[in-house]
Design a protein around this ligand. Structure first.
Ligand code: NAD
Length: 301
């Protein structure tokens, strides 16, 4: 068996064309969708991510403003900027690029963002909404994975979904989304004993650990769908995921490449959330749970 490739780059391209039309339609109605991106410090990877986000905005006709602040910016100054952007009607989404310098309390910063502009979905309110299946802004990376899974045509309900990685930005929200879609979800992390005994049961295996080569073919069930969220730069400069792609693609039914799988989708879903926010501002679907990802309720929950 050779797995079919889930092409995140192609899906992302198609979605961005749709989003451009959506942004044009919004403008015709007098709403110019806008995203503000804040970067504190000069982390090179963060600069690349911010650049990608600004470019994606341009591609989709979404107005963007970048606020690049020096590394010694105080928390108070940052909170002031967020308050200004919260009050600015031309801004529909606010994103603070993580990680932040150590002297800044990330939680306090994320909680300062207006929940209606929290397009990353990291505010506690939106995290809680996700847990109860009423999300407005699904976090971008798991949201992208969700759409990639949909392209396989596989119904997630009743499937064994195993997630490797339990971070707040990928593993945990991914688990909540798949539970909402009625999958049977297992979450593994660095303290999990015998990882393979869990991964081998996966119909859907999602890996977000940041460890190149973590998942080898012996850990994968024949016919599984494998989504590799990992992005790792090897000493020779190559970018790879967490999955041994060449080996695992011989056992999986579907697999995402790295690069070209989840990565482009993450940025694309940020645009989707910004447009959702602009629609909400336009009076459509105002109210929690009425926009964004349509989350069905799990029976009995
Ligand atoms: P993180 O470091 O915050 O969390 C990693 C998680 O993996 C933790 O829960 C940890 O316990 C678990 N883990 C680590 N080693 C493990 C092991 N040997 N076995 C099982 N679990 C293990 O990382 P993160 O921010 O969630 O990112 C994870 C990876 O995904 C990174 O490579 C990151 O670059 C990538 N990422 C990609 C995108 C994208 O758009 N494609 C977005 C976010 C993160």
């Amino acid at each position: 068996m050779t797995a079919k490739i889930i092409d995140g780059k192609a899906l992302s391209h198609k979605l961005r064309q749709d989003f451009k039309r959506e942004a044009d339609e919004l403008r015709l109605r007098g709403i110019n969708p806008g995203l503000a991106v804040i970067l504190v410090g000069d982390n090179p990877a963060s600069r690349v991510y911010v650049g990608n986000k600004v470019r994606a905005c341009e591609e989709c006709g979404v107005h963007s403003s970048s606020h690049v602040l020096p590394v010694d910016t105080s928390e108070a100054e940052l909170l002031q900027l967020i308050a200004k952007l919260n009050a600015d009607d031309t801004v529909h989404g606010i994103l603070v690029q993580l990680p932040m310098p150590a002297h800044i309390d990330v939680r306090r910063v994320l909680e300062a963002i207006d929940v209606d502009k929290d397009v990353d979905g990291f505010h506690l309110y939106n995290v809680g909404a996700l847990a109860t299946g009423n999300t407005i802004f699904p976090p971008c990376t798991p949201y992208g994975v969700q759409l990639l899974l949909e392209t396989t045509g596989i119904d997630v309900a009743g499937q064994n979904a195993v997630i490797v990685g339990a971070s707040n930005i990928v593993g945990k929200p991914m688990a909540l989304m798949l539970l909402q879609k009625e999958a049977t979800v297992t979450v593994c992390h660095a303290k999990t004993r015998d990882l393979a005994q869990h991964t081998i049961l996966a119909d859907i295996l999602i890996v977000a650990a940041g460890k190149p080569g973590l998942i080898v073919p012996q850990m994968v069930r024949r016919g599984a769908v494998v989504i590799d969220v990992g992005i790792n730069r090897l000493p020779d400069g190559r970018i790879v995921g967490d999955v041994d792609f060449e080996g695992v693609k011989k056992k999986a039914s579907w697999i995402t490449p790295v690069p070209g799988g989840v990565g482009p989708m993450t940025v694309t879903m940020l645009i989707k959330n910004t447009l959702s926010s602009a629609h909400r501002r336009g009076g459509e679907g105002a109210g929690i749970g009425s926009m964004g990802w349509d989350a069905p309720t799990v029976q009995g929950h």
